[in-house]
Design a protein around this ligand. Structure first.
Ligand SMILES: *Cc1c(COP(=O)(O)O)cnc(C)c1O
Length: 383
C-alpha cells in the first residue's frame, strides 16, 4: 500500500508535503471509497446519479481527498452541511455541483451564486428573504416528509413558494428532495409514509425539477434499483453500514476506508501490585509487560473506551488504566520492540477491530465516532 502524505494549504488547490513525527495517524483507503461507489453504480438504474456526501470533513476522512476520489469513481454530485464546507471544496479546485444540505444564511447567497453552490430552500420564509437578490442562483427545495428537521411540510406553503419562484426566472430550482428518518430499520411503516408524503408534494410541481432525490445510504442499499435521479451516499461510501439491520441485508459487500494506527513508544516489565495511570485505577495482578501508546482522548480515543483492546501482531491487547489526553497504556502478553505497529481500528493479520465495537462501548453510532477524530490526527491516503 502506497502511503501519500499530503496536507492542503490555504492557497487554492495547492498540495504541500508535510512530515509527521508522532507515529499516530488515520489511514484512509481511497480505493475502498472508489470501490463502494463503483459497486453501488452497478446496482442503480442508468439515470440515477450518485451524490457523494462529504459533510463534516467527509465523516472525518478528509473532504477534499474524498470528494476527488468519489468524483473519479463516478459520483457526479457532492453535498455538504454548511456554506463553509462548500467554500472549502471550491477553494481546493473542486468544480462539480455542490449542494449545501443545511440552512444557509441569505448573506451567503452572493457567494453561492458566484461560485455555483446550490442552496437548500427549506421554507417560504427563506425563499422570500432572497427577494432582493436578483442574480441567478441554484436551489433544491427540501420537503419535510416526516423527519421533522427542515423543509416544507404544508402543501399550501409549498404552493406559495412555487408561485414565488415561477415569477423569478433567476431562481433556478434544479432539484427537490427529502430525507428519511427510519430507512435503516427493518420496519418500513414510517419509511413508506414518508415516501407517500413526498410524492404528494411532488405532484404540486408543474414541472418536476431535474434532480429529484430522497435516499440516504440506508434507503439506497435497501432498494438500489428503485430510485429517483440521484442518491445521497454518505456513511456507506466510507464502507460502514448505517445500521446492523442494513449490514445483514447488503446488496454488495462494503469496503472500509478508515483505519487508526499508532506504534509502541515505551515498554516495561512491571512488578505485581504496580499501579498504572491516573487515579491508580489499574493494578498489575502479576508481573506484567506494559506498553505506552502515543494516542489519547484529545485524538478521539475517548476515556470511555478504557475497556477496549488494540491489535499488536494480530492479537488483541487490552487498554489498562485510564486513557490520558495524549497517551494510553496497554498490557502485553510478551515483550515487544519499540516501534511495534499497533492498530486501534481496522485489520491486522487475521484480526479486526471494527468501529461498531467502539460505537457499542460508547453507546453511540459509528457516524459519531468518525467525525469526532480530532484534527491532531493526520489523515494519510492510499490509493
Ligand atoms: C448526512 C445526510 C445524508 C447522508 O446520510 P448517510 O446515512 O450517511 O448515507 C443524506 N441526506 C442528508 C439530508 C443528510 O443530512
Amino acid at each position: 500500500m502506497k502511503r501519500i502524505i499530503v496536507k492542503h494549504t490555504e492557497k487554492e488547490g495547492s498540495l504541500m508535503s508535510q512530515s509527521y513525527y508522532r507515529p499516530t495517524f488515520i489511514q484512509v483507503d481511497l480505493q475502498a471509497i472508489k470501490s463502494n461507489i463503483k459497486h453501488l453504480k452497478e446496482k442503480l438504474q442508468k439515470h440515477t446519479s450518485i451524490m457523494a456526501i462529504v459533510k463534516a470533513n467527509a465523516y472525518g476522512h478528509g473532504a477534499i481527498e474524498v470528494a476527488n476520489a468519489a468524483l473519479q469513481a463516478g459520483a457526479t454530485l457532492l453535498a455538504v452541511a454548511s456554506p463553509e464546507e462548500s467554500v472549502q471544496l471550491r477553494d481546493a479546485g473542486v468544480t462539480a455541483d455542490i449542494l449545501v444540505l443545511g440552512a444557509s444564511p441569505i448573506s451567503f447567497l452572493p457567494i453561492a451564486s458566484e461560485r455555483n453552490i446550490t442552496l437548500t430552500a427549506y421554507s417560504y420564509e427563506w425563499l422570500f428573504a432572497t427577494r432582493h437578490f436578483t442574480k441567478s442562483f441554484k436551489t433544491h427545495i427540501k420537503i419535510d416528509s416526516g423527519m421533522g428537521r427542515i423543509g416544507f411540510v404544508q402543501q399550501e406553503e409549498l404552493q406559495k413558494a412555487l408561485v414565488f419562484v415561477r415569477d423569478r426566472k433567476w431562481i433556478n430550482v434544479t432539484g427537490v428532495f427529502t430525507h428519511f428518518s427510519t430507512a435503516d430499520e427493518e420496519d418500513a411503516t414510517h419509511f413508506k409514509k414518508q415516501i407517500a408524503a413526498f410524492e404528494q408534494m411532488l405532484d404540486l410541481f408543474e414541472q418536476r425539477p431535474a434532480i429529484v432525490h430522497t435516499s440516504n445510504s440506508a434507503a439506497t442499499l435497501r432498494n438500489p434499483s428503485q430510485d429517483w435521479d440521484a442518491v445521497r451516499f454518505g456513511i456507506s461510501m466510507y464502507g460502514i453500514a448505517p445500521s446492523p439491520w442494513i449490514d445483514e441485508n447488503l446488496p454488495f459487500p462494503l469496503e472500509r476506508a478508515l483505519s487508526l494506527h499508532t506504534e509502541v513508544v515505551h515498554v516495561k516489565r512491571v512488578k505485581k501490585g504496580t499501579s498504572i495511570g491516573y487515579g491508580a485505577s489499574y493494578t498489575a495482578s502479576s508481573d506484567e509487560w506494559i506498553a505506552t501508546l502515543p494516542i489519547g482522548y484529545a485524538d478521539g480515543l475517548l476515556r470511555k473506551l478504557h475497556n477496549q483492546s488494540v491489535l499488536i501482531k494480530g492479537k488483541r491487547m487490552p487498554i489498562v488504566g485510564k486513557i490520558c489526553m495524549d497517551q494510553c497504556m496497554i498490557r502485553l502478553d510478551e515483550q515487544v520492540d519499540i516501534g511495534e505497529k499497533v492498530v486501534l481500528l481496522g485489520k491486522q493479520m487475521n484480526e479486526e477491530i471494527r468501529i461498531e465495537e467502539w460505537a457499542n462501548a460508547l453507546q453511540t453510532i459509528p457516524y459519531e465516532i468518525c467525525c469526532t477524530f480530532s484534527n491532531r490526527l493526520p489523515r494519510l491516503y492510499s490509493e
